[in-house]
Design a protein around this ligand. Structure first.
Ligand code: AMP
Ligand code: GLY
Length: 432
C-alpha cells in the first residue's frame, strides 16, 4: 500500500516511522514533510497549511499518479479546512475526521456548548462575540479566569490569567488587536481549573472507541513550567497519574458521551479524539478537545506502541476497531523537544545540526525531526521546535535521564530544551 502523510512536524515523522514498520507499507510520501521524513520516504513540495482548491487538485493528482490508497491527515489546520472531505474517493482511505467533526477542536465555543449539553465535566464558561460584554464580565468576575480565542491559533490562543486586569488585557489582545486574526472573533472565558494536566487520546471509528495509554505534555517554554505556552516542549508516556480505574472513568464519563453527543448532532467522528484533561479535586474535567494526535505526545506513544499502526488506522477509518488488539511496551518513554533560540517568539533558521548519530548510538534513543530541512546535503534548522529526542527507560526517571544525556550530544546554534520533562510526577508534585 502506498501512503501519503500530510504535515511536517515531529508527529508526522514518528507516524511515518511507525507506519513504515508495517509489512503492508510500500511507498511513503509526505506533504510537505521535513529533513527526517525525507530519510523515510519522499517529500512533496505542497503547502498543506492553507487548503485551497489548487492544493486539493495538486494532492488529488498526486494520489492518482502514485496509487495512494491511504492519506493520513495529521495536523488540525487541513482537517478543519475539510481536506478529509475533499480528498475522499472510492479506493482511497482517509485517516482523519471530516470538517464537521474537526470543529470540536477548531471552534472552542461549539465544543463547549456540545460538552455542556451532554453534562460532561468541564470548566464553567461563557461565550462572547463582542469585546465590550467580554470585558465587563472579566472586570466583575472575582476568581481567576482563562480567556480563549475560539478558533485555531497554533496552540497559542489561550491566556491563563491571574486576575481581572489580566483577563481584560487578554480580551483586548484577542478581540480588539486581533492577535490571532479571525480565530479571536469569538472568545470563551472560563474558570481557571487547578490540577495536573493529562492527555488521553483515543481512536474512534464512528462507533467504537479504543483508548491509548495516557500521556503528559509540558506546554510552557521554560524549566519549572515558566514562560509562554508553546506547542509542547516535551512529553512522556505512560503517566502514573492515570490508573486503570481513572481511565475507565474518563472513557465512561467523558469520551463515550462526547462521541454520543456528536452523533446526536449528526456528526460521525472517525480519527483520533484527543482529550486535554485537568485532574481536579472534583475529578477529571475537559480543557479542550483536539481532533488529531498531539505533538509531541505522539512520539512517546508510538515509541511504546507494539501494534501495527497502519492496520490501526485502516480499522479506524473502516469502522473495524472492535477487531483490534494492541499491546504497549511496559517501559516508559520520555521525549524532550530541542527548540530554536527565541521560540515561541521569532527565531532564526538555517543553523547546521550535528550529533544525531551520536545520540542514537544509545539503542534506547530515537530522534524525530520537527523543524528541520536538508539544504546542500546538510541538515539544518527550519522551525521553532526542531527535534524530539525520545528515550525508552525502565521507568520515567531512567527515560528522562537518557533523553537529557542524548540532548547534550546534539548541537545547533541557539538550541534550548527543558531538562525537567517528567519532574511534575517524579518530584511527587503529581499526587492528586
Ligand atoms: P487549550 O488549548 O484549551 O488546551 O489551552 C491551552 C493550555 O491552557 C492548556 O493546556 C492548559 O495548560 C491551559 N488551560 C486551558 N484551559 C484552562 C482552564 N480552564 N484552567 C486552567 N488552565 C487552562
Ligand atoms: N502537544 C499539544 C498538542 O499537540 O496540541
Amino acid at each position: 500500500m502506498n501512503i501519503l502523510i500530510i504535515g511536517s512536524g515531529g508527529r508526522e515523522h514518528v507516524l511515518g516511522w511507525k507506519i513504515s514498520q508495517s509489512p503492508r507499507c510500500d511507498r511513503l510520501y509526505f506533504a510537505p514533510g521535513n529533513g527526517g521524513t525525507e530519510q523515510l520516504g519522499e517529500n512533496i513540495d505542497i503547502n498543506t497549511d492553507r487548503i485551497t482548491t489548487k492544493t486539493v487538485d495538486q494532492l488529488d493528482y498526486f494520489c492518482r499518479h502514485h496509487k495512494i490508497e491511504l492519506v493520513v491527515i495529521a495536523p488540525e489546520d487541513p482537517l478543519a479546512q475539510g481536506l478529509a472531505d475533499r480528498l475522499a474517493k472510492p479506493g482511497r482511505t482517509i485517516f482523519g475526521p471530516k470538517a464537521q467533526a474537526a470543529r470540536l477542536e477548531a471552534d472552542k465555543a461549539y465544543c463547549k456548548q456540545l460538552i455542556r449539553s451532554a453534562a460532561i465535566p468541564t470548566a464553567e464558561a461563557r461565550i462572547f462575540e463582542h469585546p465590550d460584554s467580554a470585558i465587563s464580565f472579566a472586570q466583575t468576575h472575582e476568581t481567576p479566569l482563562v480567556v480563549k480565542a475560539s478558533g485555531l491559533a497554533k496552540g497559542k490562543g489561550v491566556v491563563v490569567c491571574d486576575n481581572g486586569d489580566d483577563a481584560v488585557e487578554a480580551v483586548n489582545l484577542i478581540m480588539k488587536e486581533q492577535a490571532f486574526g479571525e480565530a479571536g472573533n469569538t472568545v470563551v472565558i472560563e474558570e481557571r481549573l487547578v490540577g495536573q494536566e493529562v492527555s488521553v487520546l483515543a481512536l474512534v471509528d464512528g462507533r467504537n472507541i479504543f483508548v491509548l495509554d495516557p500521556a503528559q505534555d509540558h506546554k510552557q517554554a521554560f524549566e519549572g513550567d515558566r514562560g509562554p505556552n508553546t506547542g509542547g516542549m516535551g512529553a512522556y508516556c505512560p503517566t502514573p497519574l492515570v490508573d486503570d480505574q481513572l481511565m475507565q472513568t474518563i472513557e465512561r464519563e467523558i469520551l463515550v458521551p462526547t462521541v454520543d453527543a456528536l452523533r446526536r448532532d449528526g456528526v460521525e467522528y472517525k480519527g483520533v479524539l484527543y482529550a486535554g484533561l485537568m485532574l481536579t479535586a472534583g475529578g477529571p474535567k475537559v480543557l479542550e478537545y483536539n481532533c488529531r494526535f498531539g505533538d509531541p505526545e505522539a512520539q512517546p506513544l508510538m515509541m511504546r506502541c507494539q501494534g501495527d499502526l497502519l492496520e490501526l488506522m485502516l480499522a479506524t477509518a473502516h469502522g473495524d476497531l472492535q477487531t483490534v488488539e494492541l499491546s504497549w511496551s511496559p517501559r516508559s518513554c520520555c521525549c524532550v523537544v530541542m527548540a530554536s533560540g527565541g521560540y515561541p517568539g521569532s527565531y532564526e533558521t538555517g543553523k547546521p545540526i550535528t550529533g544525531i548519530e551520536d545520540a542514537e548510538a544509545d539503542k534506547d534513543v530515537k530522534v524525530f525531526h520537527a523543524g528541520t530541512a536538508i539544504k546542500n546535503n546538510q541538515l539544518v534548522t527550519a522551525g521553532g521546535r526542531v527535534l524530539g529526542i525520545c528515550a525508552m527507560g525502565d521507568d520515567l526517571a531512567d527515560a528522562q535521564h537518557k533523553a537529557n544525556a542524548a540532548c547534550e550530544k546534539i548541537h545547533f546554534e541557539g538550541a534550548f530544551w527543558r531538562t525537567d520533562i517528567g519532574d511534575r510526577v517524579l518530584s511527587g508534585a503529581g499526587s492528586v
